[in-house]
Write a protein that binds this ligand. Structure first.
Ligand code: 5GP
Ligand code: ZN
Length: 136
């Protein structure tokens, strides 16, 4: 637990949240500023700043739980698609430094402010791939 972490406060029940699910490792609750109807957050009970710090044993459970909640959210709000999203670090747009998975049911294009990428420079792509491969 980190002082002043709002999601730790929610996990410990010191700040209210509208919960939809919990188990020994995770709590899922409604996002207070949803980008779409049914936008959920799945947080770890324990404090990990980003996906890099979450133990593999717990991280391995996050995607199946995201799937379970997405199925329920799609049925519950009548959406036809969804995004599963994890922001990691301020540059990615992460505002709350406690690992969380966004489950975002989608009814309309444009609800998420994602911009399309540019075509890759094919002379540089192999070097970028090598730089990543070298760090595996
Ligand atoms: P991030 O940008 O860190 O990936 O997303 C943080 C999310 O947490 C945002 O979607 C924001 O609306 C949500 N959020 C921030 N504070 C609270 C809170 O006190 N309660 C709830 N339910 N959601 C919060
Ligand atoms: Zn925390």
């Amino acid at each position: 637990m980190t002082a002043k972490c709002i999601f730790c406060e929610i996990a410990h029940g010191r700040i209210p949240s509208v919960r939809v699910y919990e188990d020994e490792d995770f709590i899922a609750f409604m996002d207070i500023n949803p980008v779409s109807t049914g936008h959920l957050l799945v947080i770890t009970r324990d404090h990990y700043p980003t996906a890099l710090e979450v133990p593999e044993r717990i991280l391995a459970k996050a995607l199946p739980l995201g799937q379970k909640l997405a199925k329920a959210a799609l049925a519950g709000v009548g959406a036809t698609g969804f995004n599963l999203l994890v922001n990691n670090g301020p540059v990615s747009g992460q505002l709350v430094a406690h690992f969380h998975l966004h489950v975002i049911p989608r009814q309309r294009p444009g609800e998420l402010p994602l911009k399309a990428g540019e075509p890759a420079d094919l002379t540089k792509l192999p070097f970028t791939a090598t730089a990543i491969r070298d760090n595996l």
